[in-house]
Design a protein around this ligand. Structure first.
Ligand code: COA
Length: 318
């Protein structure tokens, strides 16, 4: 099975609270917190890009796995905020790490990116017989928000999370299943036209119809979790922790209510991370491992929805 050997993350130093935002925007901590569960977010420096965040998370993950960059067969980065339109963030990380044996590619599935990346890594590792793969979610969405638009800018933060994945003959732990979905008809609800972090088109910001995304997120994540559990003859009782994309705490509460899933099983980091797009799942997992909530051997259910629309779920035994 393909196993998660180590988990690591990196958050930029600068923290911006809701109170900080309310100094320049017509908003308040109360409004933001009650509607989203967000209190603060980390923001990348002007000269800090997705590849820098990814590199930091990658180095820690490799250290935790006692691996040298030269042991890597591939580097997969999930991102919608690459430094440049091309080359990929993954290639940049590969070069900076000196992972000379590894090929590198980016995956773009917006906020569902990490589930897509996990599915891509799982199938490539099996079909190409790869031993060690670095999967990184790295995002700097705060470089693409309109800081005068209170309905979007308060929602996002920056960060990166990384997994070292290893191909193992041990079948007691690892990626049990992944399930992906897309619906391009819903493109209008959430998109970004900008070129890249280094060269932005004037006034090209994240555009979102918040209420519609909210509704789809609840319905589609709930549906994909139910389907993946059923297809694998499992129920929510077989799951120790749900680790969802961290867009909005209210979305997670409504999603659990819809399916009668216990909210106590959900890892929630919206409070201090905000929405870090495809980085949010590995960031949340690393946080939960660090504070000893999630332990080796636990069965995890990942789920996410993002622009596209894209969505999906994965079941993993850690
Ligand atoms: N502070 C204060 N007021 C704000 C505000 C802010 N930061 N943002 C919006 N408002 C105002 C609006 O202007 C509106 O005022 P009006 O009624 O006078 O026109 C009012 O609050 C309600 O806005 P609305 O957009 O209907 O609020 P909502 O309850 O739907 O919550 C979101 C807005 C964005 C928090 C919510 O829709 C959401 O979280 N959507 C999902 C977003 C998301 O997670 N996207 C990424 C998924 S990957």
């Amino acid at each position: 099975m393909i196993q998660i050997n180590s988990v690591a993350s990196y958050l930029p130093k600068k923290i911006v609270t809701n109170d900080d935002l309310s100094k320049t925007l017509d908003t308040s901590h109360e409004w933001i917190y009650t509607r989203t569960g967000i209190s603060s977010r980390h923001i990348a420096a002007d000269d800090e890009f997705a590849s820098d965040l990814a590199l930091n998370a990658a180095k820690t993950a490799l250290k935790k796995s006692n691996l040298d960059p030269k042991d890597l067969d591939a580097i997969i980065v999930t991102t919608i905020t690459s430094d440049r339109r091309f080359p990929s963030v993954a290639c940049k990380v590969q070069g900076k790490l000196g992972a000379n044996k590894a090929f590198a590619l980016d995956v773009n599935a917006a906020c569902a990116g990490f589930i897509y990346g996990l599915a891509v890594a799982d199938s490539m590792m099996k079909s190409m017989n790869l031993r060690n793969v670095l999967l990184i979610g790295s995002e700097t969405l705060t470089k693409f928000v309109d800081w005068t638009d209170r309905s979007t800018c308060v929602l996002f933060g920056d960060g990166a999370g990384a997994f070292v994945l290893q191909n193992s003959t041990d079948n007691s732990r690892g990626i049990i299943a992944t399930k992906l979905y897309s619906n391009g008809h819903e493109e209008k609800y959430n998109y970004l036209l900008a070129h890249s972090s280094l060269q932005k088109v004037d006034k090209n910001y994240v555009t979102m119809v918040g209420r519609s995304v909210f509704k789809y997120a609840i319905e589609y994540m709930a549906m994909s979790m139910t389907e993946i559990l059923e297809e694998n003859n499992m129920s929510i009782d077989d799951i120790d922790w749900i680790i969802p994309h961290q867009a909005n705490k209210r979305i997670l509460e409504s999603m659990c209510k819809m399916k009668n899933f216990p909210i106590e099983k959900v890892i929630i980091t919206t409070d201090t991370h905000a929405n870090t797009s495809s980085a949010s799942i590995p960031l949340a997992l690393d946080d939960a491992i660090t504070n000893r909530t999630v332990k080796k051997g636990d069965t995890l259910l990942f789920t996410a929805l993002g622009a596209g629309l894209t969505w999906g779920s994965a079941i993993v035994r850690l």
